[in-house]
Design a protein around this ligand. Structure first.
Ligand code: GDP
Length: 290
């Protein structure tokens, strides 16, 4: 367990424990307070932060540090384990033929993510294709096409067709040689009934193996309603957090993970096709606490 980049005040509180072999209530209280401060400023939902605080407090006071372990390392291990319990491991993305559909609001980064994921699969030796069904946002077609050209992956879209379900159907046929199909869908500025109806229809044609919810790292508390709605309509199996190259820490995505009982699969780290990383809990936790 390595927690890099801990915030300076949390590190300060932990450093006060150096040389101690047991934790008292005040020690634990101080550390939990620092963790709460970091998580809340990273947009983690208040009730999740409170649940986590309770578990950390209970465990830190009740569990005996194993022989030879300092109080500092003991509490750090508990904090890490509890956060991993909440965040989970990375979404399982098998390197085999599959169809993944992306859902999310307009501007969350779906189109960019579809090309990035295709690039990622192509680097893993699979043949991916992006099917662009976003007929709602002007420019989505050109943007996806250009990014797929840059990523050197197959692409299907039809700027002359305004029926996303038809595009999805035609797209699957046109890209049948591809092993991995990534289906980009339209968003809206807000959750609207027609958005949900449309994505349900596309889903019934595409029958994805995995539906991923794409969330902007700055989403905050808005993640909850989106996660609930998309999960109810199509079932969300994984989350992608975009724009983590900015200052937002993406804590709101934990609400989505919690609501959908899923996990985080990919992180968007910039605007170009290569700016994608597989989610990995350690780095993300360090960032949340940083
Ligand atoms: P969509 O409406 O959900 O398809 O969103 P787009 O893919 O068009 O993304 C919206 C904006 O966010 C575009 O300007 C993208 O270039 C930008 N964007 C997407 N992902 C990232 C990211 O990981 N980092 C940064 N900095 N910008 C991103």
């Amino acid at each position: 367990m390595v927690l890099d980049n801990l915030g300076s005040s949390l590190r300060g509180s932990l450093d006060k424990l150096r040389g101690k072999s047991r934790l008292d209530e005040d020690d634990v209280q101080e550390i939990v307070k620092e963790i709460q401060r970091s998580l809340l400023s990273a947009d983690v939902d208040v009730s999740l932060v409170m649940d986590l605080s309770d578990s950390i407090k209970t465990r830190a006071l009740e569990e005996e540090p194993p022989g030879g372990t300092s109080a500092r390392d003991h509490v750090l291990k508990i904090v890490y384990e509890e956060l991993v319990g909440l965040i989970g491991e990375s979404t399982d993305i098998p390197l085999e033929s599959q169809t993944i559909m992306l859902a999310g609001l307009q501007g969350s980064g779906k189109t960019t993510t579809s090309a990035k994921m295709a690039w990622w699969f192509s680097k893993k030796g699979l043949r991916p294709a992006v099917i662009q069904t976003d007929t709602f946002r002007p420019g989505a077609y050109d943007q996806a096409k250009q990014m797929c050209e840059r990523a050197e992956v197959d692409f299907y879209g039809d700027p002359d067709c305004d029926d996303p379900v038809q595009i999805a159907r035609d797209g699957l046929e046109a890209t049948e040689d591809a092993e991995v199909h990534i289906v980009d869908t339209a968003g809206r500025h807000a959750l609207e009934d027609d958005l949900i109806a449309e994505i349900e229809e596309i889903e019934s044609v595409v029958q994805p193996d995995l539906n991923m919810l794409v969330l902007d790292a700055a989403i905050g508390q808005g993640a909850k309603e989106q996660a609930q709605q998309f999960d109810e309509s199509i079932g969300i199996g994984g989350v992608v957090i975009t724009k983590l190259d900015g200052t937002a820490k993406g804590g709101g995505a934990l609400t989505a993970v919690n609501e959908t009982d899923s996990s985080i699969g990919f992180l968007g780290m910039g605007e170009t096709v290569q700016d994608i990383e597989r989610f990995e809990p350690n780095g993300f936790i360090s960032r949340l606490l940083g």
